[in-house]
Design a protein around this ligand. Structure first.
Ligand code: ZN
Length: 160
C-alpha cells in the first residue's frame, strides 16, 4: 500500500540540523503515527513520503520554506519589563502565549537587557534546513472516525 492522502502512516525518524546535531528522534519511543495529506507534518516531509511504501527508508533534506518557515523580523519585538506582571520572573528561554490581532502566538524570550525584554514569535526551527532519516514502518487506511477527528486512534480506542 502506498502513502497517499488519508492513509495512516507509522514511521521512525531522526531529525538533524545542518551541523548534524540530533534535534528529535522517535528512537526509544513508539513510531510516530499520522494521517497523510491533511497537514499533520511539515509540507516537505509529506511530499517526500508521498507514494512510499512500508519498509522504505528515506533521507530527506528540507529547506525552511517547506519546514518551519523563514524567520520574520516582524515577529521579533522588544518590550519593557513593566509589561509583565510585577513579580514575574522573566528568563531567557521562557515561552508564553500572547493574544495578537490574528490569534494566539507563542513567544520565546531571547534576550533581556536591563528593562528591555526581547521576544521572538518565530518557530524555534524557523530558518533551519532540516535533515530527516525516515523508516516507513506501516501504511494503512484511516478509519472514517479517524478522518472525522483528524488524528490517529490507537487500536481499540473510542472517544468523541
Ligand atoms: Zn479522535
Amino acid at each position: 500500500m502506498q502513502i497517499e492522502k488519508n492513509k495512516v502512516v507509522s514511521l521512525n525518524y531522526t531529525l538533524k540540523n545542518d551541523d548534524g546535531e540530533i534535534l528529535d528522534t522517535s528512537e526509544g519511543r513508539t513510531p510516530l503515527e499520522y494521517i497523510h495529506g491533511i497537514g499533520n507534518l511539515i509540507p516537505g516531509l509529506e511530499e517526500a513520503l508521498e507514494g512510499k511504501t512500508k519498509h522504505d527508508k528515506l533521507n530527506v533534506t528540507i529547506p525552511p520554506e517547506k519546514a518551519y518557515g523563514v524567520g520574520s523580523e516582524q515577529l521579533i519585538q522588544t518590550v519593557k519589563r513593566s509589561n509583565f506582571e510585577e513579580n514575574a520572573d522573566i528568563k531567557v528561554g521562557m515561552q508564553f502565549q500572547a493574544q495578537m490581532d490574528y490569534g494566539m502566538q507563542l513567544f520565546t524570550v531571547t534576550k533581556i537587557e536591563g528593562d528591555d525584554v526581547t521576544l521572538d514569535g518565530n518557530h524555534p526551527l524557523a530558518d533551519q534546513t532540516l535533515h530527516f532519516d525516515v523508516d516507513v514502518v506501516d501504511v494503512r487506511d484511516a478509519t472514517a472516525e479517524e478522518l472525522e477527528h483528524g488524528h490517529v486512534h490507537q487500536a481499540g480506542e473510542h472517544h468523541h
